[in-house]
Design a protein around this ligand. Structure first.
Ligand code: CTP
Ligand code: ZN
Length: 146
């Protein structure tokens, strides 16, 4: 089988090592936090030595910031963010599950006060890996918040 080739980018970001199936959500997070004006590519089921199969998102002229990387961590905790400038990888880091997440995402509990009043949402990471809403105190899987 011919490998699927996707060209390198000269400036922008590559989110690599996304668990297979989560790439389209990563692209959705990116497009909601940065307007996509250049090209973007979503590669699904690329072969990976570590993960078996992985998804990759490449996006031109967007340099992923920490807030966006934190959101990506919720659905792709093993992802690597590569920042590309002048065709070279100038920065590479693993996304990190945020310890607290304030004012970014809404609470999935329809009865939570943050959904009826203008209260700022806030979630904190528990040792179990779940996120707890500070208002209604319910626990959610990280991916449920995205
Ligand atoms: N990449 C790109 N355009 C560039 C440079 C890199 O699209 N100008 C992509 C590569 O295709 C790869 C990712 O960015 O998907 C990371 O590049 P690199 O660090 O060179 O690859 P690896 O060493 O394989 O990365 P890792 O060690 O993180 O697996
Ligand atoms: Zn809540």
């Amino acid at each position: 089988m011919m490998p699927l080739n996707v060209q390198k980018i000269s400036d922008g970001s590559v989110v690599d090592h996304i668990a297979a199936g989560a790439g389209s959500k990563v692209l959705a997070i990116l497009s909601s936090s940065h307007p996509i004006e250049g090209m973007a590519a979503l590669i699904i089921n690329a072969p990976s030595k570590k993960l078996g199969r992985k998804d990759i998102v490449k996006i031109e002229n967007v340099f992923i910031d920490e807030t966006t990387a934190n959101k990506i961590a919720l659905i792709a905790p093993k992802a690597t963010v590569n920042i590309i400038r002048g065709g070279e990888v100038v920065d590479k880091h693993h996304v990190e599950m945020p310890k607290t997440l304030s004012g970014l995402l809404s609470c999935p509990n329809p009865k939570c006060i943050t959904n009826s009043e203008k209260a700022k949402t806030s979630f904190s990471l528990e040792e179990s890996g779940s996120m707890r809403c500070r208002h209604c105190e319910r626990l959610f899987k990280p991916e449920e918040l995205v």
